[in-house]
Write a protein that binds this ligand. Sequence first.
Ligand SMILES: C[S@@+](CC[C@H](N)C(=O)[O-])C[C@H]1O[C@@H](n2cnc3c(N)ncnc32)[C@H](O)[C@@H]1O
Length: 224
Amino acid sequence: MREQQDPESCYRLLARDAADQLEAYGGPLAGRVVVDIGGGPGWFTREFRARGAEAYLFEPDAAELGNAPGPGAVLADGYLLPLADGCADISFSSNVLEHVADPATFLSEQVRVTRPGGLIYVSFTNWYSPWGGHEWAPWHYLGADRARARYQRRTGRPAKHRLGENLFAVHVGATLRQVRARDDVEILAARSRYAPFLAGAIPRIPLLREVITWNLLLILRRCA
Ligand SMILES: C[S@@+](CC[C@H](N)C(=O)[O-])C[C@H]1O[C@@H](n2cnc3c(N)ncnc32)[C@H](O)[C@@H]1O
């Protein structure tokens, strides 16, 4: 909830949590090749490196990368990564899926660059989450146009996100069905990313999961 006022603490905490999750399922990050796709300014990449990983940041928006992206940062789109098949031990995307028009293609590209046996970390804020409308949440429940207009009225500036342009309605149930239908990945974890308890149970409850999951975290293993 303090992301806007104190992004540094917020993203450090999230990056530590993501690295802990990856290590819980795949062992120490030290020595692993990790690709952080849509990594923004690189909070997560920095944490992976601090743990000894060989981490690279792929981000299509130069403004998001910022002025000091650091070594290993590449201006690249997640739909078409400049990477060979199976070159990464871990492919990672945090809160990117809801920002791409074609999440299935984005996910396929994550799978392609991950070696058999490697891990794929995907998390996204689903549309019916209380935070689904991002800066205009929770008014998105009344419709995106209305919520955006309200944001502009209240703040005097246009909202960053536009539904159908840089924010898309992605759902928990549909995403789980899509991932389960694939024969090239196995689901190791499907959980609410931020829930303090019942994190694994929440995404199993039809309908209710679309609201209370808040942010779905999937950890997948690439099959041979
Ligand atoms: C909400 S930010 C998330 C940044 C970071 N991963 C995090 O969790 O803090 C969404 C990011 O997705 C990136 N993005 C949007 N479309 C993308 C695409 N096609 N491929 C890769 N990244 C994309 C945006 O530029 C932005 O940096």
